[in-house]
Design a protein around this ligand. Structure first.
Ligand code: PEP
Length: 256
């Protein structure tokens, strides 16, 4: 059965005490909800709060992820954080290629590819973010843009088993705007991504790989998005910063 993943990307938000309280509250809320075994919840706090957040995580389905990594193990790279460091503080996932990193920090598909390779070498599951801008969508280039992000981002990465990679479809125009893709718009792209995965890695891999939707997910739209057959969870920014709204999204994802 395909894994359902609800991931909170806290971006550059929270102080130490806020991060710890938020993690405690999410842990508490999922304990109350008796999560089915194929559900995972993931917290991606800022780097300095990874270890304190790890210390308060108790639920076996609550995991720790990082928002970024540098594609080298160690060395003179001031300000960077490597995959072995992330592993050593208990991370199991890492977000790679978020549109904010692509746009604000100029990350290329080649750099993203190197990050994915490093994550895989160190047994971190990369969450590869892909998505088009509004202009690209309007010009009918959605599939072409995502195809290039997948092709270059995953070049020479060997993938055999579902669970070795997560994809997050995050239309750039929906991130932080309050305007999510409609469930139908998202489903079309998710189905296309699954088809692409099947062509390149085989039907079993494609079938079992969780494809998350991200972009203004909130309690009010989560159930409809997550009801789509190829949407296997959500990558949530703003609404993951309040335990109440993140928990409501988790609840919306549960089978009724
Ligand atoms: C994100 O940061 O990945 C994201 C989807 O943000 P938001 O939910 O705030 O749109």
């Amino acid at each position: 059965m395909r894994q359902i993943v609800l991931a909170g990307n806290w971006k550059m938000h929270t102080t130490l005490s806020e991060a710890v309280s938020l993690a405690r509250a999410v842990d508490h809320c999922i304990r109350e909800q008796s999560l089915p075994s194929h559900y995972s919840v993931l917290l991606c706090p800022p780097f300095p709060f990874l270890e304190p957040v790890r210390q308060v995580i108790q639920h076996p389905s609550l995991f720790l992820g990082a928002q970024n990594l540098y594609p080298g193990d160690a060395g003179a790279f001031t300000g960077e954080v490597s995959a072995p460091m992330l592993r050593s503080v208990g991370c199991t996932y890492v977000i790679v290629g978020h549109s904010e990193r692509r746009k604000i920090f100029g990350e290329t598909n080649d750099l993203i590819n190197a990050k994915i390779a490093s994550a895989r070498t160190h047994q971190l599951v990369p969450i590869l973010c892909v998505g088009e801008t509004w202009e690209e969508r309007a010009a009918g280039k959605t599939e072409a843009v995502i195809e290039e992000q997948l092709r270059s981002g995953l070049a020479d990465i060997s993938l055999h088993h579902p669970g070795e990679l997560l994809i997050a479809y995050e239309p750039v125009w929906a991130i932080g705007t309050g305007h999510a893709a409609t469930p139908e718009q998202a489903q079309v792209v998710h189905r296309w991504i699954r088809h692409w995965l099947a062509q390149h890695y085989g039907a079993d891999f494609a079938d079992g790989t969780p494809i998350l939707y991200g972009g203004s997910v909130k309690p009010a739209n989560a159930a409809d998005l997550l009801a789509q057959p190829d949407i296997d969870g959500a990558l949530v920014g703003g609404a993951s910063l309040k335990a109440e709204s993140f928990c409501a999204i988790i609840q919306a994802a549960l089978p009724s």
